[in-house]
Design a protein around this ligand. Structure first.
Ligand SMILES: [Zn+2]
Length: 450
């Protein structure tokens, strides 16, 4: 008997050790399970979707990217409860950790139907440059007057599929943002997936420059100078300044084009300036021009033409930087003026009737143009649906802007540096052109990069 005691002890010891090993193993498995990224993500996703009201969802009727900003419009049918009103409609951009950005939206509520849009202006709303790397889910949050807060998911009811956006190059890096629709347990949702990009794809640029005119179209002429040659020289200078900031820059012409090219009618050709500029997928486009018009009391000066329905902060910055750095002044032209040196030129009623007459004369269905439509084609036709681009080939004199119906548009500013027809103004441009370009480059750096 006594001999067995140590043996029993040994067995017990072995059993205890085995038990401890087993427990350790189980704990290890449990910890591993708890920390399994897929499992955590699944749990977080379940949590996120658990707050969604499943009785209805938002129909996204339109979503678009203009420049660096993204906006959503949609409608939602709700059950009307008498006496209860809607206080706020906010778009929520939420990651799986539960952190959220709230964008207060404009809304209208009639007959149990809510329509909303995330911004009044095309270059505000959600700044895609500001999103850090993560996967975001978009929800609509409605705050009712009785204190109820409800979340709704977003379903694609637009004609647009998923879209990819690349952020501007900063410190040699870019983010890629996939704007996509999908479903989770039969719940439709919209998401923004921000990942690090190795670099920009070959065909994607940060900034585009369009030196006006070219080919047979010289633009304004003064002595031996032509507008086309001067803005080309200035555009190439601007391109190298922007490249020195690390930006990838596309230029619509570089001087290698034929002097016989008819740039007055080929802008919508397959390889015309509008299609190649749109194809560059740039976020910002600077069109360079020199004025030649004369009007009373004209002493020249700078005019920045901005898109319609825009926050004009960047246009104001451009105008003020050019004036301070290039020894010039704001134009005193008052027509279409929005602020010092800043102009928004839309179609006037007179422009519209003249366009309609031309359509009738040439036998094509007139375009839908309103007094909210930008008049300058370089601004209008590079902005897609955000700027009411319309050239779809019905006017046989021109081709088709292949991007007229695009929900991704370039934010475009047309800069009239000054007047070739005003001697002092023109001499200042010739002498200080580098300062004009430096002011533009600095404005881009301050507003978009820093
Ligand atoms: Zn011009």
């Amino acid at each position: 008997m006594s001999k067995n005691i140590p043996q029993n002890n040994l067995t017990i010891k072995i059993l205890i050790v085995l038990f401890i090993i087993l427990m350790c193993f189980l704990i290890f498995i449990k910890i591993k399970q708890d920390n399994d990224p897929n499992r955590i993500m699944e749990e977080q996703r379940t949590n996120l979707f658990s707050v969604i009201d499943k009785t209805t969802n938002v129909n996204v009727t339109k979503y678009s990217v203009y420049g660096t900003h993204f906006n959503v419009e949609g409608t939602l049918n709700t059950v009307k409860i008498s006496g209860i009103q809607i206080n706020y409609v906010n778009l929520i951009i939420k990651n799986l950790e539960g952190e959220e950005i709230e964008i207060s939206s404009n809304f209208d509520y009639t007959d149990n139907s809510i329509s909303f849009s995330t911004s009044d202006t095309i270059n505000e709303g959600i700044n895609l440059e500001d999103l850090s790397i993560d996967n975001y889910y978009l929800l609509l949050k409605i705050i009712y007057s009785n204190g109820d807060i409800k979340y709704y998911s977003l379903k694609n009811a637009s004609e647009y599929n998923n879209t990819t956006y690349y952020t501007l190059t900063k410190n040699n890096t870019n983010n890629k943002i996939d704007i996509a629709f999908d479903t989770y347990n039969d719940i439709p949702y919209m998401s923004l997936n921000v990942t690090k990009a190795e670099s920009l794809p070959e065909d994607v640029y940060d900034i585009a420059i369009d030196p006006g005119h070219g080919g047979i179209d010289t633009g304004g002429v003064s002595g031996d100078y032509t507008e086309a040659d001067l803005v080309l020289e200035y555009g190439l200078n601007l391109k190298s300044k922007l490249e020195a900031l690390g930006l990838k820059v596309f230029i619509s012409r570089d001087g290698s084009e034929s002097s016989q090219e008819d740039t007055t009618t080929n802008m919508y050709d397959e390889d015309g300036r509008i299609n190649i500029l749109n194809k560059s997928k740039a976020k910002l486009l600077i069109s360079l021009q020199l004025n030649s018009n004369s009007y009373e009391q004209n002493d020249g000066g700078v005019e920045i033409y901005a898109p319609n329905n825009c926050n004009l902060d960047f246009a104001n910055l451009l105008a003020s930087n050019i004036v301070t750095q290039a020894n010039t002044h704001y134009s005193n032209l008052s027509t279409f003026k929005k602020a010092d040196g800043v102009y928004v030129r839309n179609f006037t009623n007179a422009d519209i009737s003249s366009f309609n007459k031309n359509a009738q004369r040439d036998g094509y269905e007139p375009y839908t143009i309103t007094t909210d439509t930008p008049y300058l084609y370089i601004i209008r036709e590079t902005g897609g649906i955000a700027t009411n681009a319309f050239v779809d080939g019905r006017n046989k004199e021109y081709g088709t802007n292949q991007y007229y119906n695009s929900n991704t548009g370039i934010e475009t500013y047309s800069i009239e540096l000054g007047y070739m027809t005003v001697e002092q103004d023109f001499n200042n441009i010739l002498a200080n052109s580098d300062k004009y370009m430096e002011a533009i480059s600095q404005s881009i750096k301050t507003y978009y990069i820093d």
